[in-house]
Design a protein around this ligand. Structure first.
Ligand code: LHQ
Length: 260
């Protein structure tokens, strides 16, 4: 499949997906969703150990492309749109058994903000901004925002962000725990790439288990979570990388993890 709305490359264990509709601030279209599905198939099938998501131009992603809604006379079934396009994307990124880095290069609005929140480690350029745009057009936050926002920022901030639909700066987003950190614009991709190289050299299976355990924690009792940690640790203990990690520690050398 050749891509019109995203850029994709994978090399040395790092896959890069770059949203590429800069004149529309990388707003999502059905075509973009299809291309993302195809790219994620490749990420899942190959020897990728980390995924880096970013956007071309001054936007990270402005959410659903609203021009696709223009002129419609019958009410669209947005539930179906979520079911078929947005929810599978968010579910897939969270379930991906490798870290997903979001490098938010510009405004992240609507489902674009949800996408940024769904990444495992999100960096943002100092000039980037975040907007729960949904209420401005008569909708509620979707694509995971009502899940991520209160968990990351707390209920008071989640409510105000969603109800007021006011844009916040990258620094505010970091101060509220919505993202990992803010970096100077000129250094965003350098930092994101360095992080990707580091994570691609780490024990990928364990990193996948970490994601799984942290995601499950939100809905688990302590008892259930302790059981899950036991089960996943059992699996981690059987990996080649665990053997290597312990051997390297005892031999006082740097480990060489293979992601197995
Ligand atoms: C856009 C868009 C856009 C089209 C900028 N569409 N063109 C999913 C599916 C199912 C159910 C429904 O919900 C969803 C999830 C959603 O994401 S709903 C929320 C959709 N997104 C929005 O409501 C955000 C709309 N955009 C904005 O509010 C602003 O553009 C932001 C605040 C993102 C940026 O503002 P500015 O920096 O002032 O840029 P701009 O507004 O001038 O935009 C630049 C261009 O991008 C412009 O095109 P033009 O041809 O006039 O230069 C915009 O029309 C276009 N654009 N967002 N979502």
């Amino acid at each position: 499949m050749s891509y019109q709305t995203i850029l994709f490359e994978a090399a040395d264990g790092i896959a890069r997906i770059t949203l590429n509709r800069p004149d529309k601030l990388n707003a999502f279209t059905a075509e973009m969703h299809a291309e993302l599905r195809d790219a994620l198939d490749k990420v899942e099938a190959g020897d990728t150990r980390v995924l880096l998501l970013t956007g071309v131009g001054r936007g990270f992603c402005a959410g659903q492309d609203l021009s696709q809604r223009k002129g419609g006379t019958t009410a669209p079934d947005l539930g179906e749109t979520l079911d078929t396009l947005y929810n599978p994307l968010i579910r897939r990124l969270r379930a991906l058994e490798m870290p997903v880095i979001g490098a938010v290069n510009g405004v992240a609005a609507g489902a674009g903000m949800s996408l940024a929140l769904a990444c495992d480690i999100t960096l943002a350029a100092r000039s980037a901004s975040f907007l729960q745009a949904f209420a401005k057009i008569g909708l509620l936050p979707d694509s995971g925002s009502t899940y991520f926002l209160p968990r990351l920022a707390g209920d008071a901030r989640a409510r105000a962000l969603a109800l007021l639909a006011e844009k916040i700066t990258a620094e505010q987003a970091a101060a509220w725990g919505l993202i990992w950190k803010v970096v100077d614009d000129a250094r965003l991709m350098e930092e994101a790439e360095a992080l990707a190289r580091h994570l691609a050299s780490q024990p990928t299976k364990a990193l996948g288990f970490i994601k799984r355990a942290l995601d499950a924690a939100a809905g688990n009792t302590l008892d259930a979570q302790l059981d899950l940690e036991r089960d996943l640790q059992r699996e981690a203990g059987r990996t080649e990388d665990y053997r290597e990690g312990v051997a390297a520690f005892l031999e006082k050398r740097a480990p060489i993890f293979k992601g197995r």
